[in-house]
Design a protein around this ligand. Structure first.
Ligand SMILES: [Mg+2]
Length: 368
């Protein structure tokens, strides 16, 4: 078996309504989908995505540089193929373009597609290929807590989510006036009670001083974690913040390589790793980070805006992971979308990684 053809698709998928966090207002998702077809007729699907612009560059990287490197290769040589992609054209993508951005996102799509081929050839879902640990996966919801929503709406949606069976919900912080965040968190805590986990997410907005002061104030309401409080490149700053507040610190959705995760662990700078297979170099590197974290007794709760069909399978096969973020933005794009019921995702028995999209989605959202 070898790789016979490679195709890419760029989709622009509008959201039902704009959403806002501390640094972005998002109206659509830019999705790059990659299809690798083998000589035996198996289609392996990978993808990557951005909130709005930038996905076209990932597509260009796949089209102009990576695709031709894949033709004729043995898809079972996944680690060799993806390692080599960082060093084609004598350019050294690894150090000049990759491991922190677009090149690693393109490699991630290739890695996923090669895993999809492996799973489909084995006629098994990814979680079974990796070895199952959980027989279902808890969902936590973020879609009720955007910063653009009024406190009244935030409270209403938090109560609705709890009534739907969620035991964990997340809300955004990072308002211009952090006092507003304090009052919003207080209102949510009072509305849902103490048995529900409430997480807060500043999307990297604050400096260390602001995060330290307000992190201590937020401790009043016992958040389950404080996500991306400051610049994710500032590992030392996170280590300092961790000593100043009680709430556990979660990082990962803006980190694109396993070495940075290692350094966070080394410097005792985070309590929870939110490694995302679309940000690091795919499923392979996600597993490496999760396994490293397990040896340090650190939990992994992967970041997910659209990729829950993939991350649910990865969490299902991990001893130190148990929960996946649910954001139902692309339900009509995935071939096998996952929707939580009573706060849990059920596992699929369909062969593959869960990264295949439908031809209808390509027709509806595809860009020239
Ligand atoms: Mg986040």
């Amino acid at each position: 078996m070898n790789i016979k053809s490679v195709e890419t698709f760029l989709l622009r998928v509008p959201l039902k309504s704009d959403i806002t966090d501390s640094i972005n207002t998002v109206s659509y998702i830019g999705l790059v989908s990659l299809k690798i077809t083998t000589s035996t007729g198996i289609d392996g699907w990978g993808f990557n995505w951005t909130t709005a612009g930038g996905s076209e560059f990932v597509k260009q990287m796949l089209d102009r540089y990576f695709s031709r490197e894949l033709i004729g290769k043995d898809p079972y040589m996944r680690k060799k193929i993806t390692s080599d992609l960082f060093f084609i054209e004598n350019f050294g993508w690894d150090f000049r373009m990759g491991r922190n951005g677009l090149a690693v996102m393109a490699v991630s799509a290739v890695d996923m597609a090669l895993w999809d081929i492996l799973c489909k050839e084995a006629q098994l879902p990814l979680w079974k290929v990796l070895g199952g640990y959980h027989d279902r996966v808890e969902a936590y919801d973020t879609d009720g807590g955007w910063l653009s929503w009024s406190t009244e709406n935030l409270v209403k949606n938090s109560k609705r989510l709890v009534s739907e069976g969620y035991r964990s919900i997340k809300m955004k912080v990072g308002s211009k006036n952090p006092e507003d965040d304090y009052e919003r968190l207080k209102a949510v805590r009072e509305a849902v009670g103490t048995s529900i986990r409430v997480m807060i997410d500043a999307n990297t907005k604050w400096d260390l001083e602001t995060a330290s002061y307000w992190g201590r104030r937020f401790d009043d309401f016992d958040p389950f974690w404080f996500e991306e409080p400051i610049n994710p490149l500032d590992i030392r700053g996170h280590a300092e913040l961790r000593k100043k507040i009680k709430t556990p610190i979660a990082i990962g959705e803006s980190i694109h390589n396993k070495y940075t995760f290692r350094d966070y662990i080394d410097q005792k700078a985070a309590d929870i790793l939110q490694v995302d297979a679309t940000k690091v170099a795919g499923i392979t590197e996600w597993i490496e980070v999760a396994n490293l974290a397990e040896m340090y007794n650190i939990n992994v709760f992967p970041h997910t805006n659209i990729q829950q069909p993939l991350h649910v399978q990865l969490v299902a096969s991990s001893r130190n992971a148990s929960m996946v973020e649910n954001v139902n933005w692309l339900l009509d794009v995935w071939k096998d979308p996952l929707i939580p019921k009573n706060g849990f995702f059920e596992l699929t028995d369909k062969p593959g990684t869960g990264t295949e999209i439908t031809s209808e989605a390509i027709d509806r959202y595809g860009q020239p």
